[in-house]
Design a protein around this ligand. Sequence first.
Ligand code: COS
Length: 382
Amino acid sequence: MDFELSENQRLLRDMTRDFAAREIAPLAHAMDATGEVPDALLAKMREAGFFGLAYPERYGGLGLDTVTYGLVVEELARQSAGICIMVTVHNSVGYYPVAGFGSAELQARYLPRMAAGELAAFCISEPNAGSDAAALASTARREGDDYILDGSKVWVTNGSRARFFVILARTPGTAGHRGIHAFLVERDTPGLAVAKKEDKLGLRASDTVVIALDGVRVPATHRLGEEGGGFRIAMTALDGGRIGVAFQAIGIGRACLEEALKYARQRETFGRTLAEQPVIQHKIADMTTELEAARLLALRAAWLKDEGRPHTREAAMAKLFATEAAGRAADEALQIHGGYGYVKEYPVERYYRDARVTRIYEGTSEIQRLVIARQTLAGRVG
Ligand code: COS
């Protein structure tokens, strides 16, 4: 067993840490307040390769393994969880269905554009199908060499900026996961429209929209994988996506810990700094331990994925534990700040809001527990 990072992994982590501190941190508060991300920042991120992290080098990406990718994600989330989710959706659930299941022609045509920073989004959830993803009702009706897509997709991260959409829809009249297909759809396809932009509690730098599909004609060559294979593709992509969310939560949790430390060292009560008081030290110890445990779970899930080994259970455990730990870290960081934690002058207020959704998207904590329990009950105990 080897817990050392490679030279390259350390280098990329440190470069991202520097980039995020220099380019993202100074804008994070304003991006949260306005929901606007400056084009200049996106251009610098494109230039630095953040939109090509997972994409193969032959298509212009960095081709990072999942462990290295996770280290980069943690550093982005440390400064802005909203910017981080823009990057992770584009590099996981927006990427993998195309890279893993698109035809060679489709990949050669689109992956270079995606790796260069033309954003991707993932459309699975619907008004009446969130946790129960197989209940999705959007339809894909075959018509000659095309499919015609109709329906409505919700919680679409990157939706207003994306050029490409991975969309899950089913053959009319089918039920359950077997009738579901996955497609790559270009933004300009007639009938595809942003119907609404959500006004969210947190992650305000990231755009989340409703996508309306009204007679969207998609060539059958844009179907990803087998007919009826869409659900499995989505689940496989979400396994990877959940590892990214775990690292994102760890980044938010670390931000909470670092800000709590900063505050505890300078704030005095009863003649001593908070950092000198056992009641605060216990909180700091618990935050540190939980974040470290979360990081180990996430690194192991990432490593299994890189080894090409099953990682559904490990991704679910990493996401469950890391996001709940981040929630506790945010809560304790706010508590350590007292009233100052509750106002926008200090960044923990933002971290507290940003941490919350990590327990919901890419599968709620309840869904992660369901995934883990099913595997344990099937005999996978160790
Ligand atoms: N990888 C590959 N295949 C998978 C899989 C995975 N992780 N999980 C399930 N499958 C396959 C199963 O093997 C099964 O295929 P076969 O019938 O061919 O064997 C099929 O998918 C259906 O699986 P299952 O019966 O487990 O499906 P359920 O309807 O019970 O749903 C959960 C499974 C709850 C895990 C799924 O609906 C889910 O992940 N929900 C949350 C969705 C989510 O994360 N949404 C957020 C999107 S981002 S905003």
